[in-house]
Ligand binder design. Sequence first.
Ligand code: SAM
Length: 228
Amino acid sequence: SDHLLEYPISPSHMDWHKLYPALIPSEAETSASSTDEAKQVDIVDIGCGFGGLLVSLATEFPDKLILGMEIRVQVSHYVEDRIIALRQQHATEGKYKNIAVLRANAMKFLPNFFKKGQLSKMFFCFPDPHFKIRKHKARIVTSTLASEYAYLLRPGGIVYTITDVLDLHQWMVRHLEAHALFRRLPKEWEDEDPCVKIMRKDTEEGKKVERNKGDKWIACFVRLDQPE
Ligand code: SAM
């Protein structure tokens, strides 16, 4: 449970070198050498499951650091092993060094990991639906959490959502549209965006829905500069 989860007391206390050893210098290396701004996580996949989205995003955004957050221990271990194997298989091209997974409860500690305005994209792919009304507060998009996501995203940043549960789709749209710092993007934008394509076809859950010929509901929101 949560009390066993490790999280830093602030973003600057996090050891990112452990997750991106080839791209982020260790503390010892940093203090010995340059004063350059360290590379930071830019894209997060909340509830990343088995990591299909991460793997596709790695090559779509080779210059960005991408992080999957997953609450289940075994699942996060599986993704860790998957990334290590990919890094080894593609060692000569140096691929997959820019993705990592962290076991975390994304509903609780996000501001401990990321600074204000740090993120450019947040993905919510097939989040758990929590069907029962008394469980709705456990949904990953709520008014309170929408404010937290607005805090973490920079202006122009995007929240991506996809689900096969219509009720959850409507819930996420309602809560994000009601927020003064988010505006829903039109279908034409979705049709052009490469990440929408990736989240439709490369997440494990998306593939399952495809096999079962289920619907996929998508909604994307831009983080505004000023409240509307
Ligand atoms: N996004 C993946 C996909 O599309 O294939 C997985 C979808 S799965 C239905 C939902 C995932 O979210 C599960 O792996 C679950 O363990 C994870 N999850 C649920 N609540 C979470 C939380 N508070 N923090 C991090 N992960 C969470």
